[in-house]
Ligand binder design. Sequence first.
Ligand SMILES: [Zn+2]
Length: 265
Amino acid sequence: MEESLITIASYDNIFEAELAKALLEESGFKVYLLNERMMGIYPTVAADMYRIELQVPSSDEESASRILESLGDESFTSELLSASGALLEGHFLLTSGKHSGNYVEKIRILQKPESAAMLCRKLAERIGKFEFDAIVGPAYGGIALAFETARILAKDFIFTQRKDEQMTIRSGFDLAAIRKVAVIEDIVTTGGSVFEVIKCMQDRGIEVVVVAALVDRSGGKVDFGISFEALLSLDIPVWDAEVCPLCAQNHELVKPGASDKKPVH
Ligand SMILES: [Zn+2]
């Protein structure tokens, strides 16, 4: 006898549904998506009429639901970044000269706008409780994320860029009604450019009330002196070449971002 299926979650976005399905399948569950086909054929019409239902055999209802509930921003983000090819594993030469076994290829995040938009929804949820007039993104990585998050929250969007070594607000924006802002960055490592943005805003009498990022690579060490929301916190170990365990194992060293990804030695 076929076991009956039960809906444990529903989504209005096929990518989010597929992600949840993949995670549950990794945990050994049988998972079915309902209405998925309808969404594919009539994306604009169906989005209003149907949601994608995620179903599991009724005997799995409790355990599968628990896994979905525990699917916090951290695992959601790391799964999505891995799927986008943004979280790389290997043996990398960083611009600092140090070596690492992991690398965040941040441009890959923006290469999949649908995934990037899903991450922006998470960012919007995290900063929605704060009061601000606009969202600021530092060029270039922060621009698309700040724009999309501002769109979701119906706020203004502005961006900053470095001009003659100085972080400045792109000229032409009307700042008259902007008193408070949120700053959105893709990856925070030392927080350098975010600190520059905060200073740039302060110089114009604009208060930064919250900073948000997709990934905090400092592993929670950065302190902006205001609220900092990161979807994913990573503490990625880096080594000097002399003590690098991957060098010791003769792993091929790669310089990330190099267009041809050729080994450097
Ligand atoms: Zn090494």
